[in-house]
Design a protein around this ligand. Structure first.
Ligand SMILES: [Zn+2]
Length: 143
C-alpha cells in the first residue's frame, strides 16, 4: 500500500491519543491495478472512527456500520473508495487477530500500529485477497 506522510503521522497521533484503548479508522483512496493484476491501494485520506466496542476496547475494535457507510459516502463524493482500515494494538505485536482478519474486506488493506510504553513501535500492513487469503504487504510512505 502507498500512504502519504501526513495521514501516516495522523494515524500515529490518533493511536497515542486513544491510549489505553485501541484506535481505529478507515482509509480512503484509489485501488491501482497493474497489467499483471496486482493491486496496490493508495491512501489519500484517512477517517478516524469511534471504537464502538462496549467491552474490551483495550484488545479489540469495532467500527459501526453507520459510521462505515457515512465515511464511504464522503469518500465517494471526493472520487475515492474505501481501500482499507487502520487500528492500534496496545502492548502486543502488529499482527492481525482472528477478529481483524474477519473485519478486513476483500481487496482492502489493513494497517496495524503497535504501541509499546505509549510509543509507536511497529507498523505493518496486511492485504485481504479476493480469494480470501491474507498476506503482509509493504507500506510505501511518500511525501
Ligand atoms: Zn487488531
Amino acid at each position: 500500500m502507498k500512504l502519504f506522510r501526513r495521514p501516516f503521522e495522523i494515524i500515529q497521533e490518533h493511536a497515542v491519543r486513544d491510549m489505553p484503548y485501541e484506535c481505529c479508522g478507515l482509509l480512503a483512496g484509489k485501488r491501482n491495478v497493474d497489467h499483471r493484476g496486482n493491486i496496490e491501494n493508495v491512501v489519500y485520506e484517512i477517517a478516524p472512527c469511534n471504537n464502538c466496542l462496549y467491552y474490551g476496547k483495550e484488545h479489540g475494535f469495532e467500527i459501526s456500520h453507520q459510521e462505515y457507510l457515512a465515511v464511504e459516502r464522503e469518500a465517494e463524493s471526493m472520487g475515492f473508495v474505501i481501500v482499507g482500515s487502520y487500528h492500534s494494538h496496545i502492548g502486543s505485536p502488529a499482527v492481525p487477530s482472528r477478529h481483524d482478519i474477519d473485519f478486513a474486506k476483500p481487496g482492502h488493506s489493513m494497517l496495524i500500529i503497535s504501541l509499546l510504553n505509549s510509543e509507536p513501535k511497529a507498523v505493518t500492513a496486511w492485504f485481504r485477497r479476493e480469494s480470501g487469503g491474507f498476506h503482509q504487504e509493504q507500506i510505501r510512505v511518500v511525501e
